[in-house]
Design a protein around this ligand. Structure first.
Ligand code: ADP
Ligand code: MG
Length: 251
């Protein structure tokens, strides 16, 4: 079976900065991987490498067996920064349709298929009723659902979420995770976050990233991985975090 994504010995250098060091990662069908790491640890860069937006200086990336540029349309992506200009007149429906641009083509314009895909995606995230609402008039959680709908309109096999919880207050995170669990029945999901408590309860597998990726393909990471990633003692990091992040260890 072809892996959804395969990264082999990936290195990324920006001017003077090494962002990723020899990262290896296999994403299987139905995986739901949470990747945690400090700010500047390379999380956004890793997602961009999978999308073909950042070219690694070394290493090989495959998305469903092909180079990222050939298969990026099989990936749904919700980027980290998403500030909507309040004066820019765009409603929910248009934001979601924009996800079909590559399919529709700038010249041909949107067709029936595009409208159908947009309506289905909005229905899926429970936002169809608000399709005429201006995007800036939504709560953080609602905006996030709309952006997920936009990522879904191309029927992706892999969904990449960059810090998806940062605009979602904790009271509605549960509903958001329920949505992700449903989507995960049809696609692999990777979410990255600097917030250790944001990912660990719901995801199936956990990894740590700080230039190097610490990943064992399981739901657990070790105290050593956490210390290497955050470069501070585990007692500090694990405070308040769900216990399953750490394997049981003798006192
Ligand atoms: P994270 O998402 O974990 O916060 P990033 O992937 O955004 O980390 O950044 C990793 C490192 O690469 C940081 O040191 C950041 O400053 C640097 N970096 C990211 N993007 C660029 C860029 N376009 N040009 C130069 N340096 C960058
Ligand atoms: Mg980032």
């Amino acid at each position: 079976m072809t892996a959804v994504a395969k990264l082999k010995d990936i290195w990324v250098h920006y001017e003077g900065v090494t962002a990723l060091e020899s990262v290896n990662l296999n994403v299987e069908e139905k995986d739901f991987i949470g990747i945690i790491g400090p700010n500047g640890g390379g999380k956004s860069t890793l997602l961009k490498v999978m999308l073909g937006l950042v070219e690694p200086s070394k290493g090989k990336v495959e998305i469903l067996g092909l180079p990222p540029k050939k298969n990026a349309h099989k990936i749904g992506y919700v980027a980290q920064y998403r500030n909507f200009d309040r004066n820019f007149p765009i409603n929910v429906w248009d934001v979601v349709l924009m996800g079909r641009l590559r399919h529709a083509g700038l010249l041909r314009g949107y067709g029936k298929e595009d409208f159908k895909a947009a309506a289905e995606a909005l229905e899926r995230v429970d936002m169809l009723d608000l399709k005429n609402r201006h995007i800036s008039e939504l709560s953080g959680g609602q905006q996030q659902r709309v952006l997920i709908a936009r990522a879904l309109v191309t029927q992706p096999k892999l969904l990449l979420l960059d810090e998806p919880m940062s605009n979602v207050d904790s009271a509605i995170q549960k509903g958001f995770y329920d949505l992700l669990a449903e989507l995960n029945e049809q696609m692999a999901i990777i979410m990255v976050s600097h917030d250790i408590s944001a990912v660990s309860l719901y995801v199936k597998k956990v990894a740590c990233l700080n230039k190097k990726l610490y990943y064992h393909g399981t739901g657990q990471i070790t105290a050593e991985d956490l210390e290497a990633t955050y470069q501070c003692p585990v007692e500090l990091i694990a405070h308040g975090a769900p216990h399953r992040v750490l394997r049981e260890h003798p006192r």
